[in-house]
Design a protein around this ligand. Structure first.
Ligand SMILES: [Fe+2]
Length: 389
């Protein structure tokens, strides 16, 4: 038997094209909506892209309510505040425009518009019935290439009181439409391009190493890995290269979609703990963790690593030798160097006690149950020490 039995369906419609976001008014009307709330972060709200986007509304008969208070590692209380706004305004559609934080927040706000209470009431704990009502229609428009939030039905949000990240998710809160427009990613600076790109690669690699992988996410993950290795370095070096921006936004879409069909692996288990405790960019965190988690997993699944190495542009003829499983880890280390990803240990200083706390919290993540290699406390500590010491 080649494959285990599986089921797959996905409710989000994808609309891809260079300049696709210019058609936002038409898309809102197709959904029979007329009173949108746009959700984005305060930094993005100052950009020329956002101003141009607003102009499209100014020259139409659809007016726009705005919520521009989203932060990185978005906070549950911010989302509760936006939910109050949307309930009062009686908006009939949410538009999430920006990076993963804005899109994750928009999905959570659209859910709270049709479900009572506060966001933390809906923390995912393997009870899929907590969310009763379908969200308001939601259009998501990514302006970075990495989070893949546009193609999944999850919001990852910080519970600021407990300093942890929580997941809120249900097919009832999947985006109605994702508009994928590479033009919107052109102005990303090299640092953000590198960090978000490493997030995309982490999704693809983690799902490729998932215990219960099946052919659809497997195909998406393989394509995503190939695209990142073909386009990320060039996108960082020359942000105006539309071909490389296209490659990366599709890598992000496919990686995020694949990730929605599985569970976190070691990288995201640790990244969510670190992101809940320290305000550091998610992509930088994932990128720093990725090669060390891979190295730790190598012996548990050498065939998958060998397959990945072949996708990573490692030319057998140039190297004049057989590609080996460990080449995948080496290729990721080299990619990180090439895109000049900041070192996590230069951004946050952690003591051995801090690392112990992170490892203990990671161990409590239920996703640990579905890792091919069961990570124990010593494994997590060893990975963290390599990243932070
Ligand atoms: Fe991620």
């Amino acid at each position: 038997m080649l494959y285990n039995a599986f089921e797959w369906e996905y409710p989000t419609k994808i609309y891809y094209g260079i300049g696709a976001s210019d058609n936002i008014i038409e898309k809102i009307k197709e959904l029979k909506c007329s009173n949108p709330l746009i959700v984005t972060d305060s930094g993005f709200a100052q950009t020329e892209i956002y101003k141009a986007f607003k102009k499209i509304f100014n020259s139409s008969n659809i007016s726009l309510n705005e919520f521009t208070e989203i932060t990185s590692n978005p906070k549950s209380k911010t989302i509760d505040k936006a939910a109050k706004t949307i309930r009062e305004n009686k908006n009939d559609i949410v538009i999430g425009l920006g990076g993963g934080s804005s899109i994750d927040s928009a999905k959570a706000i659209a859910m709270l518009a049709t479900n009572k209470g506060e966001l933390l009431d809906y923390k995912y704990d393997y009870n899929i019935d907590k969310i009763k009502n379908k969200s308001l229609p939601i259009i998501v428009i990514p302006t970075t290439s990495g989070t893949g939030s546009e193609s999944n039905h999850w919001s990852v949000v910080t519970d600021e009181n407990r300093r942890i990240k929580i997941n809120v998710g249900s097919y009832l809160m999947a985006p109605t439409l994702a508009i994928i427009d590479p033009n919107l990613t052109i102005t990303m600076n090299p640092g953000l391009t590198a960090a978000t790109g490493m997030d995309a690669l982490s999704h693809a690699i983690e799902i490729y190493c998932y215990k219960f992988i099946f052919p659809i996410p497997e195909a998406f993950a393989k394509e995503s890995i190939e695209l990142v290795f073909k386009h990320l370095v060039n996108a960082v070096k020359d942000g105006s290269s539309i071909d490389d921006r296209e490659g990366m936004i599709i890598a992000s879409l496919l990686g995020g979609w694949a990730f929605s069909m599985g569970e976190e692996n070691g990288v995201h288990i640790l990244a969510h703990v670190i992101g809940g405790m320290y305000n550091v960019h998610h992509g930088i965190t994932c990128g720093n963790l990725l090669p060390f988690v891979m190295a730790d997993n190598l012996e548990a699944m050498p065939e998958r690593f060998e397959e990945m190495a072949k996708l990573m542009n490692i030319d057998e003829k140039i190297n004049n030798r057989k590609i080996e499983a460990k080449d995948a880890v080496k290729a990721v280390f080299e990619l990180i160097e090439e895109v000049k990803l900041p070192k996590l240990k230069d951004l946050i200083k952690l003591s051995n006690d801090d690392l112990e706390t992170i490892a203990q919290k990671a161990l409590k993540d239920p996703a640990n149950g579905n890792l091919v290699k069961k990570l124990k406390i010593d494994d997590y500590l060893s990975i963290l020490k390599k990243v932070f010491n």
